[in-house]
Design a protein around this ligand. Structure first.
Ligand code: PGA
Length: 243
């Protein structure tokens, strides 16, 4: 079931998502979280770091799995998603390198590594909570429009729309990698629970479209979430659909 909640304010929306992540870590004995990157997630991790600072919590059994990583970028490149996660979360909490996982973006045997990543994410039962952003074209992870719903972790070509959207993080658009390794749609759907966060007016058209969709369509990758038992779409006023 896909439900929507408009929390009005973008900061509040990010805090809400952070609280849900925090509560998942508190409740599970071996918590597994699926993590996302992107501008939308920066305040989420800021709030999560604060919650972890202000409350006693044991992170030693936590495992995190990131959705995606640019292909071919060095791990310490400032625009790599590993760097993003260290900068916004991992460096600020008590977590070690063997607790966070990314799809391998420099693999010699990419296919085998992608299969292994899928297995890690899915076994034994998928992540307890998967956090998602959404692209203006409806992508989740780097699953661009047209991606089959039964796709697994794999190497993908980014669309021009995504490359343009991500250019704001680089000096020049030519520097944006054109390929990435991403969890597949099937991998994402293996999560027990999913929260998608969308804020700002650029996301309103796609959230509006999603809200009014009744049948999943591969042209809007996020519409697969209609078939998941537990999905919450969290927005601020600017991204909220017209009901
Ligand atoms: P953004 O990216 O948070 O930077 O808008 C979201 C996404 O592309 O999934």
């Amino acid at each position: 079931m896909m439900e929507f909640v408009n929390l009005g304010d973008a900061t509040l929306a990010a805090q809400y998502v952070a609280i849900e992540m925090f509560r998942t870590i508190q409740k599970q004995s071996e918590p597994k979280l699926g993590l996302a990157t992107g501008g939308t997630m920066e305040p989420v991790y800021k709030s999560l770091v604060q919650l972890i600072e202000h409350n006693p919590i044991d992170l030693s059994a936590l495992k995190t799995f990131n959705l995606d990583e640019y292909y071919g970028l060095d791990k310490d490149h400032p625009q790599s998603y590993l760097y993003f996660m260290k900068h916004h979360l991992f460096n600020h909490i008590d977590i070690t390198e063997n607790q966070y996982y990314f799809p391998d973006n420099n693999a010699v045997n990419l296919e085998a590594d992608n299969q292994a990543y899928d297995q890690l994410v899915k076994s034994p039962d998928g992540v307890h909570l998967q956090i998602l952003g959404i692209g203006t074209n409806g992508h989740i992870g780097f699953n661009e429009p047209g991606t089959p719903f039964d796709s697994n972790t794999r190497l993908v070509q980014l669309t021009d729309e995504t490359i343009q959207a991500n250019a704001r993080f680089f000096n020049h658009v030519e520097e944006v990698p054109t390929r990435a390794v991403t969890m597949g749609i099937k991998t994402i759907m293996s999560a027990e629970r999913i929260i998608l966060l969308a804020v700002g007016k650029k996301k309103q058209p796609i959230i509006h479209e999603l809200y009014h969709m009744e049948i999943p369509d591969t042209d809007v990758p996020a519409s697969v979430l209609l078939t998941h038992p537990d999905v919450l779409i969290v927005t601020d006023n600017e991204a909220a659909p017209q009901y």
